[in-house]
Design a protein around this ligand. Structure first.
Ligand SMILES: Nc1ncnc2c1ncn2[C@@H]1O[C@H](COP(=O)(O)OP(=O)(O)OP(=O)(O)O)[C@@H](O)[C@H]1O
Length: 253
């Protein structure tokens, strides 16, 4: 982690129709940090994540005010190329969602569309991305097999490899382990701690132990408000706000 901001979020508010989901969020996300977003169900964690690569645009009723700067540029300005933004700010979802195609095609999909049609270049991108996602050793002899034939944990690592193949700067993860068993969860956690050497990772998690294990900083959201954002050990051992303390000690949520 360093102090350069990748994202700067200023006075961010979000509504779905008349329901306000985010209230005056001001914060920055630093280069090559793992930032965990925690908070009770419905507090706005996923909504916040989706504002960072404009996935929230896909919700018809969503209305947003404020600014989000990604590497100094306001991503909600008219000049933003949303496809390019989503390549640079990739996303991994709660349920693994590989395309119903081969392992190879899943990873090669975006590079083929945006970068190269050359077979040996694509082979190299597929290999490197699968290696980075700690999956290569398990699948290198069956790249032509259906992605859906993989286990849930392998599918999730494939989705991470697919995101990495677009050469992102940032990877957003929305509860990436919630559908996985403990062994697969621990593989994804180790993967995340190595990813931060090269990428910025923002992860929504319900699992506070997970946040404590893998993140550098933790943001606690409550009712759409950012209550506290600090170094993870500080948030978990000596929070500033009594609401954070109540949440991490299990008094609600
Ligand atoms: N697509 C949508 N349309 C309308 N309202 C939505 C939509 N998505 C979320 N909301 C509302 O926005 C608020 C925040 O929801 P959000 O999913 O961001 O919370 P969350 O903290 O991620 O919850 P969870 O931990 O249960 O996934 C909730 O009141 C929710 O009902």
């Amino acid at each position: 982690m360093n102090d350069n901001p990748v994202f700067e979020i200023k006075d961010l508010k979000l509504w779905y129709g008349s329901n306000q989901a985010l209230q005056d969020i001001n914060m920055s996300i630093k280069e090559k940090e793992v930032l965990a977003i925690i908070g009770p169900s419905g507090c706005g964690k996923s909504s916040f994540l989706k504002t960072l690569n404009r996935m929230v645009d896909l919700v018809g009723s969503a209305k947003l005010s404020g600014e989000i700067y990604y590497l100094g540029k306001n991503i909600y300005s008219q000049e933003t190329n949303v496809i390019e933004l989503r390549k640079q700010v990739g996303m991994v979802f709660q349920k693994p969602n590989p395309f119903p195609q081969s392992i190879y095609e899943n990873v090669a999909f975006a590079p083929k569309l945006h970068e190269t049609k050359n077979k040996s270049n694509l082979d190299q991108i597929v290999k490197t991305s699968l290696q980075q996602a700690f999956l290569w050793d398990e699948v290198n002899d069956r790249l032509k097999n259906q992605a859906l034939s993989l286990s849930g944990g392998q599918q999730q690592r494939l989705c991470i490899a697919r995101a990495l193949a677009s050469k992102p700067e940032v990877i957003l993860m929305d509860e990436p382990c919630s559908a996985l068993d403990p062994v697969s969860t621990s593989k994804i956690e180790s993967l995340i701690t190595t990813l931060k050497e090269k990428y910025t990772v923002v992860i929504v998690t319900h699992n506070m132990q997970q946040a404590a294990r893998i993140s550098d900083r933790t943001a606690f959201f409550l009712n759409g408000e950012l209550v506290e954002l600090d170094k993870t050990d500080k948030v978990f051992t000596n929070p500033k706000d009594s609401r954070t303390e109540d949440y991490i000690t299990g008094r609600f949520g």
